[in-house]
Design a protein around this ligand. Structure first.
Ligand code: SAM
Length: 293
């Protein structure tokens, strides 16, 4: 059923309309919150939050006294129902996550879906979000991008997930834990090829850093330096668009070169075909041209 809504939160001098307000909060620097977001948090009946300690710190910093209720990843349908009930009673509910924009690898979409379905007014107050900040700082093409969220934590699943993205003609953005970053870069260099990339770390915080290099060099850096401290976002450029080398071949070449260094042609082809999900015939033809056979 199509739905639409108008923005009833624009006029801040009027009382806040009943509804659900998705409020972006800082990803590090507490100064990164909009005036309207603070006014909305102050005017709502409750603030639904993931971890009330993170939100408590923010609210305390700005002297906000709005009561908090829990809404996190493992919230039961009952917790959602309780919020929907408040909306049905005409309350104003703000949804925030620990940091950044709610719903972006954070809880909330089921709540928004249900709120829209029951006809509640839903509005959003935009603000910080780590993937967008990493993208714009990366120096990589920003006209078309794909936000991949968190990759599977295990090697084989992660590589097959990456292989599925290898031919996508867009800049790729990933969240990753600092502990898994070194191994993740090994898999990325192998599966996506040696593309330009960036590691954005501790954004908006004291030790903010953006390391820009090719995937192979970044892999070597973190292999030697070990996992970094703090939070990271990985940004990877789209595959090369040269006419005689397709996007898919970029990643395929890197995988084949690595496999051919260790295995015989037939075994290398079998392994790369299994890893990449590409037809064996295509992988074999590419292997022949790489080895000059
Ligand atoms: N909803 C949040 C947003 O809009 O930014 C993202 C939440 S997600 C659960 C947390 C991940 O975001 C972290 O693992 C990290 O990859 C990234 N992240 C959050 N804050 C960051 C920061 N200050 N610097 C770098 N990455 C950050």
């Amino acid at each position: 059923m199509p739905t639409s809504s108008t923005n009833r939160a624009l006029n801040v001098s009027k009382p806040l309309a009943p509804g659900l307000y998705l409020v972006a909060t800082p990803i590090g620097n507490l100064g990164d919150i909009s005036h309207r977001a603070l006014q909305t948090l102050a005017a709502c009946d409750v603030v639904a939050c993931e971890d009330s300690r993170a939100t408590a710190r923010l609210m305390q910093h700005y002297g906000l006294k709005t009561p908090r209720i829990a809404y996190h990843e493992h919230s039961t349908p009952a917790a959602r129902k309780a919020i929907l009930q408040r909306l049905a009673e005409g309350q104003r509910v703000a949804l925030v996550s620990d940091a950044g924009t709610p719903l972006i690898s954070d809880p909330g979409y089921r709540l928004v879906q249900a709120a829209v379905a029951q006809g509640a007014y839903v509005s959003a107050l935009p603000g910080p979000s780590a993937p967008l900040m990493a993208l714009i700082l990366s120096g990589l093409p920003s006209d078309r991008f794909y936000f991949a969220g968190f990759l599977p934590p295990k090697g084989a699943a992660r590589r097959s997930h990456l292989a599925g993205l290898a031919s996508l003609d867009a800049t790729l953005i990933f969240f990753e834990s600092p502990r898994r970053l070194p191994q993740c870069l090994v898999d990325m260099a192998q599966t996506l090829g040696d593309r330009p990339a960036a590691i954005a770390r501790e954004l908006t915080k004291l030790f903010e850093e953006v390391r820009r290099d090719r995937l192979g060099a970044l892999r070597d850096h973190y292999r030697d330096a070990g996992p970094p401290k703090g939070e990271v976002v990985i940004v990877v450029s789209p595959p090369s668009a040269s006419p005689d080398q397709t996007a898919q071949e970029d990643g395929l070449d890197a995988q084949l070169t690595a496999a051919l260094g260790r295995l015989r042609l037939k075994e290398a082809v079998a392994q790369v075909a299994a890893q990449s999900g590409l037809p064996r015939k295509q992988v074999y033809a590419r292997a022949l041209s790489l080895t000059g056979k």
